[in-house]
Design a binder for this molecule. Structure first.
Ligand code: DC
Length: 222
């Protein structure tokens, strides 16, 4: 087993950006587990399979191949050999992913894939259940929190920058629903691990969050 840093947090906490920056600074392989659930959702959407069609989902899972790679410094996501890095961030996937990630059969396939990734390399993995389920014995566990209002502001700004038309209120409502769904689902509900260190990013810059987490990691690496 390599060194494992687990970063869990709600949508919009900035964990994607922060994980990538920390990975570069400490030479860790960064793994975005949300991307894996997004791949399952995308595959199902493309094949017209609904979250209540468990047999259809099982068939998808039997043949699914998800690869997370880095090309020219950029993270890429491949689903069954196809580059879906952009597609998995589309609003239709944002809106569809939560119910698929709440299916036991899906998590039973994805979780072992994630554990395997730490066998031969040092990693920083971000998601919702990394410190609680995937790596309960992670070397470092961070719970990166943010207020709902601040995460909606960040999402709104991000969408504008990417040319996606939206309103602050729309983003706030969508995040509220997604976080509620993820926290209240029966299967592995999204909660903070008791021993995770809480970092609240609401009033912090990206650099401040990175510095704070690096200090915690370096303490462990000593
Ligand atoms: O972090 P994200 O928005 O890309 O996550 C997409 C969905 O997958 C979200 O609904 C939560 C879920 N998820 C999960 O259940 N467990 C993880 N480890 C990561 C994401």
């Amino acid at each position: 087993m390599g060194f494992v840093v687990a970063i869990d947090g709600p949508a919009g906490s900035g964990k994607g950006t922060i994980t990538k920056l920390i990975a570069e600074k400490r030479n860790l392989v960064s793994i975005d587990t949300g991307a894996m659930y997004r791949c399952v959702a995308l595959d199902c959407l493309n094949k017209g399979i609904k979250p209540n069609d468990i047999e259809g989902i099982k068939a998808i899972l039997e043949n699914i191949n998800i690869e997370l790679t880095k090309e020219n410094g950029e993270q890429k996501v491949f689903l069954n050999g196809e580059d879906v890095s952009r597609e998995i961030r589309e609003p239709r996937v944002n809106e569809a992913v939560s119910p698929f990630s709440a299916i036991k059969e899906v998590r039973d396939i994805i979780t072992p894939m994630q554990r395997k990734m730490a066998e031969k390399q040092d990693i920083i993995m971000e998601g919702r259940d990394i410190g609680t389920v995937v790596f309960p014995n992670a070397d470092v566990k961070i719970f990166l929190d943010v207020s709902l209002e601040e995460s909606a502001r960040r999402r709104y700004k991000q969408n504008l920058e990417n040319g996606i038309e939206t309103t602050y209120e729309n983003e706030l409502e969508k995040l509220k629903q997604r976080n509620k769904y993820d926290s209240e689902r029966d299967i592995v509900p999204f909660v903070k691990a008791e021993d995770a260190i809480l970092v609240d990013s609401t009033n912090m810059s990206i650099d401040e969050v990175v510095e704070t987490i690096l200090k915690i990691i370096d303490e462990k690496l000593k």
